[in-house]
Design a protein around this ligand. Structure first.
Ligand code: SAH
Length: 468
């Protein structure tokens, strides 16, 4: 292997796409990661960081583009940190995500290629991969010339790219940002400055309910009061669907966007939306999936995999505001949801109530503590016919996986936002007696490198026989 050095400029043909959507090329055994480059691109690149066995390079010039390269819809796609692969055709993005799941299961999960090829279903892509997000959090600041800017952070930095027309956000956001900008300029209200901790307006949060069309606007303040707020409320009335206007108070020196206090300026404290037949109340602080159409399709997949007849006891672990739990409750005898954030459980209970769902019970706590506790306390009488897990990127705790094996439900449905930790956890469950039955990807975040996966595991027939 011959290492490369910083500032070396070379011409290469990119070979692969990495886990974050970056191009990968090997030069004499030395691996280079090249942001914005695609497999098949022949390009001039410049090394910007060189480690012992790998480095990072900048795409300087495309000599011959990959056949899958397209012109990004967004004019700031390359600078903005929001999207990573807008320059890859959407069709090919789906191929990339399908392969990503496949490769993780084979390489990290040690399942055979044959097995995965046999059971893997085609990824569920979006019909229209633009303007799909229902939630946006725009940082507000100033550019070098002192002009007000609102948009998104450039990749891995806190430089704000002015992006009033983001092509993955709801279209109405440009109207809302335009109004707020006019208001802030008129009254010379200063944006927040991270370095000096001065200025008032930190972020603008918007949420658009996909089914009902209700819109929420929340201004995150480094302060407790928005001057002339009534005028902003009046100005925002021209936005069709506006239902809730509030401020969020966040006076801490922190990267966390939202503070814990919300004050309503006008309208309702929440907006209402539906996924399928289930109604949800969404407040500025609630977690809610950002892609409503694909969420419905993902949950329908999870529900189909759970294969409920109406008699089952189901656990939904990492349940958030109970989105999957309530979906499952329509077809199960009893659903138990577990979630670590107390406020999310309050929302889950409220959502069960407004939908008249009485067979869903929720617990606050870590899934790896609540489930073993409930199971052991009851001397094994608290059972599970089906267990659904939807953990954050780090996957499931081993203590939880062990309890799942002990409880031995007929089916385990694993909804995952990271195929690498998914593969690790599936391997553990399969070594403990489960068999992979179905795998399906779902694209919730078009133009990013992320992919969601739904997996069905069944108690293996071999295990059942040896149990007898
Ligand atoms: N199933 C939900 C949320 C999935 S996101 C939905 O589809 O809307 C993952 C959730 O797991 C988050 O709500 C997070 O707060 C929660 N979480 C993280 N660690 C946890 C743990 N150890 N035990 C239980 N919940 C946890």
């Amino acid at each position: 292997m011959i290492g490369l050095e910083k500032n070396d400029e070379i011409e290469v043909t990119i070979e692969d796409l990495g886990s974050e959507g970056e191009g990968i090329v090997h030069v004499n055994g030395y691996t280079l990661f090249v942001k914005d480059a695609l497999p098949g691109d022949t390009a001039k690149i410049k090394v910007i960081k060189a480690k012992k066995s790998y480095g990072y390079a900048r795409l300087m010039e495309i000599v011959k583009p990959s056949e899958y390269r397209v012109e990004p819809v967004c004019t700031v796609a390359r600078q903005c940190g929001g999207c990573q692969i807008q320059h890859l055709s959407y069709e090919q993005q789906l191929v990339y995500k399908q392969n990503k799941i496949f490769n993780c299961l084979v390489r990290l999960g040690k399942f055979s290629e044959q097995q995965i090829s046999n059971i893997m279903e085609p990824i569920i892509g979006m019909e229209h991969p633009y303007h799909y997000r229902n939630k946006a959090q725009f940082p507000v600041g100033k550019d070098k010339a002192g002009n007000l800017v609102m948009g998104f952070y450039a990749g891995r930095t806190h430089t704000i790219i002015d992006t009033p027309d983001c092509c993955i956000q709801a279209e109405v956001n440009s109207q809302i940002l335009g109004i707020i900008k006019k208001f802030l300029e008129k009254f010379r209200i200063e944006p927040y400055d991270e370095t000096t901790h001065k200025g008032l307006i930190r972020h603008i949060l918007t949420r658009v309910a996909y089914v009902t069309g209700e819109i929420m606007v929340c201004l995150v303040l480094n302060g407790t009061r928005l001057p002339h707020s009534q005028i902003l409320v009046d100005m925002l009335q021209e936005v069709k669907g506006i239902a809730s206007i509030s401020i969020n108070i966040n006076t801490d020196k922190t990267n966390v966007i939202l503070g814990s206090r919300v004050e309503l300026l006008w309208g309702k404290p929440f907006i209402v939306d539906y996924i399928g037949d289930i109604k949800y109340q969404i407040s500025p602080l609630s977690f809610y999936q950002v892609n409503p159409l694909q969420t419905k399709r993902l949950y329908e997949t999870a529900l189909a995999y759970a294969d409920l007849s109406g008699n089952e006891v189901v656990w939904d672990l990492y349940c958030g505001i109970g989105t999957i739990s309530l979906f499952l409750a329509q077809r199960a005898r009893q659903v138990y949801g577990v979630e670590i954030i107390p406020e999310a459980i309050e929302d889950a209970r409220e959502n069960a109530r407004i939908n008249g769902i009485e067979n869903a019970e929720f617990f606050v706590g870590a899934a790896e503590e609540v489930l073993p506790f409930q199971y052991k306390e009851s001397n094994g009488t608290v059972g599970a016919d089906v267990i659904v897990v939807d953990p954050p990127r780090k996957g499931c705790d081993e203590a939880l996986l062990k309890t799942i094996l002990e409880m031995s439900p007929k089916r385990v449905v694993y909804v995952s936002c990271d195929p690498a930790t998914l593969a690790r956890d599936l391997r553990f469950l399969c070594d403990g007696g489960y068999e992979l039955a179905r795998v399906r990807g779902c694209d919730m975040f078009g133009h990013s490198g992320h992919v969601e996966t739904c997996v069905l595991m069944c108690a293996s027939t071999k295990r059942n026989q040896s149990d007898v």
